[in-house]
Write a protein that binds this ligand. Sequence first.
Ligand code: NAD
Length: 357
Amino acid sequence: MPDIKTVAIIGCGIGRSHIIEGYLPHPDRFRVVAVCDLDPARLAAIADEFAISRRTTASAEIMAMDDIDIVDICTPPATHYPLILEALAAGKHVICEKPLVGSLADVDRVIAAERTARGVLMPIFQYRYGDGAMKAKRIIEAGIAGKPYLGTVETLWKRTAEYYDNPWRGRWASELGGVLMTHAIHIHDLATFLMGPVSRIFARVATRVNAIEVEDCVSASWLMQSGALVSASATLGSQEEISRLRLAFENVTFESNHEAYAPGEDPWRIIPANADVASAIDALLADWRPVGRRFNGQMLAFHEALSNGLPPPVTSRDARQALEIVTAFYESAESGADVALPLAADHPKYRSWRPAA
Ligand SMILES: NC(=O)c1ccc[n+]([C@@H]2O[C@H](COP(=O)([O-])OP(=O)(O)OC[C@H]3O[C@@H](n4cnc5c(N)ncnc54)[C@H](O)[C@@H]3O)[C@@H](O)[C@H]2O)c1
């Protein structure tokens, strides 16, 4: 029998989806025992809906609860950094929504805090959790796909003025960025998960769809460390919402499904170069066991890692890589230069990528 981890959720927007998709399907592994939100009406609605008796508007009360194993942070982006540090200092395991924090300096401080913490931190990148993406990962890691050639990575979504009625959205100080930070970060993480790290980025950003401070259209050319090329584009002005990843390797071309919010799920098109490659893929995937979709799969993998004393399935280093890509996008768009990664502590945007900083 796996042991049951107790969970407290802070932030009851996407936090509700974490409960429904991530925790309730695994009653033998997780029990959500406390919820927190600054908004008393929202707090009461969620606590009542899921019969959670402990409810508070003060996150400090959550941190002080001795019997909580995991603090799951689902608050707006600019609040993540202090809450992560408080939860780690309180000895908790931490799950935190994207974007993890608001600068490379902050993510490095989080990584340093983890070294001495009792708990571990798992950033959310739930788009990895789908059978399509995970089968592609297994085929690539087995060496069947061969040399990576080229990828196209698209986030074509729609957001209207109504979406920006929520006051933290659309502003540098609270959203920390736009389509790059809040939306495309998922598929950019998925692209590096499958094609490896980025070496150089040339990017343009623009605000064309909504009257907001932050960008809502981006386009970039990436040179991967492997030598492969990736073209990444994202907009919040697409009349049909899709996410799409198409990756051409020497022996296999992969194309994700186009579901906007679950591109990692089956069906993926896995197109082999010839019959031998097809048989190698069939043999490799003969014992495939479904991974669980989105938060379901990611929370389950976290529980398995905790139970086996392994690192979390998504790490703060993965979040750092995603934030480094964001930083390079903004740097390139501002300077017109082709930006080399990794970005170290002496980079001008290391402490912040925000224009006002
Ligand atoms: N992984 C995904 O697919 C996904 C989807 C949506 C949102 N998100 C991320 O989740 C986070 C929250 O987004 P959302 O759409 O749920 O926002 P939201 O505004 O709908 O909900 C956030 C909630 O947090 C509460 N809150 C704010 N500060 C708090 C604090 N200090 N203590 C307690 N409660 C606090 C607010 O009252 C609000 O109810 C963001 O970082 C966003 O980028 C991720």
